[in-house]
Write a protein that binds this ligand. Structure first.
Ligand code: PEP
Length: 256
């Protein structure tokens, strides 16, 4: 089954509104009208920049998606500081990153919380980009596939094939995020194939074959081609290189 590539930019906690608008405008300026037929592109700015970025893309008729970097699973109420799925939809989000290793590592996000967020997003019609990935010590122990596949099982526990088919998985080895050290295409492919096999066990071959699996971790213009030509890698989740219009555009072009 052929899957449409997806290139998602995770801006992390970078860019105030003015800076976000400039970057979105620069990315938008390089847009070619036939690109959305060939690749899905998602910009994931900080919460406060989502609406302004969406407005830039709408004004320019640039057919890219906007996503968030996190969400809370309840719809509304006394949850100070949190943002709900309906709020993200209201801002024009169609994707949301969940379980990024920075959230798991710095903010103690658990597999159970990731699962609740995914359920809330899918129920609300937003596509989760579910991050999984091992630390260097797990890789050195030789238990990467087991660790990552356990994260996948926990993330999608209690969901049906019908529900998960819109979800995206991002394999992001923690040791490769923001370090300049990329997994080799072979290393990344091995884990992405294991992820797809796990999805097939949980939801059947057809569903697993239709789901997109991204690689993330110091993806750049120099290494993108080798990664996305792998049979189980359907695009990228990109941090650093998504903060520059020229480099992010080059990554989009590499998916054509
Ligand atoms: C990320 O934050 O998801 C990421 C992959 O970052 P970088 O591309 O900077 O390694």
């Amino acid at each position: 089954m052929s899957r449409k590539p997806l290139m998602a930019g995770n801006w992390k906690m970078n860019n105030n509104i003015a800076e976000a608008v400039v970057l979105a405008q620069e990315i938008s300026n390089q847009y070619e009208k036939d690109w959305p037929d060939k690749v899905d592109v998602v910009l994931c700015p900080p919460f406060v920049d989502i609406k302004p970025v969406r407005t830039v893309l709408e004004f320019d008729k640039t057919n890219y998606f906007v996503g968030a970097q996190d969400v809370f699973w309840e719809e509304k109420g006394a949850y100070t500081g949190e943002i709900s799925v309906p709020m993200l939809k209201d801002c024009g989000c169609t994707f949301c990153i969940v379980g990024h290793s920075e959230r798991r590592g710095l903010f103690g996000e658990t597999n159970e919380e990731v699962n609740k967020k995914i359920k809330a997003l899918l129920a609300g019609g937003i596509q989760p980009i579910v991050c999984v990935g091992e630390s260097l010590s797990v890789r050195d122990e030789g238990t990467t596939d087991e660790f990552v596949c356990a994260q996948v099982r926990a993330a999608f526990a209690g969901l049906s094939a019908q529900e998960v088919k819109e979800a995206v998985v991002a394999y992001e080895p923690i040791w490769a995020i923001g370090t300049g050290r990329t997994a080799t295409p072979e290393q990344a492919e091995e884990v992405c194939a294991a992820i797809r096999a796990t999805l097939a066990e949980m939801f059947g071959e057809d569903t697993a074959e239709g789901m997109r699996i991204l690689y993330g971790g110091s993806m750049n213009v120099g290494n993108v081609a080798g990664l996305i030509e792998q049979p189980n890698i359907d695009g990228g989740l990109v941090g650093g290189a998504s903060l520059n219009a020229a480099s992010f555009t080059a990554l989009i072009e590499a998916c054509m």
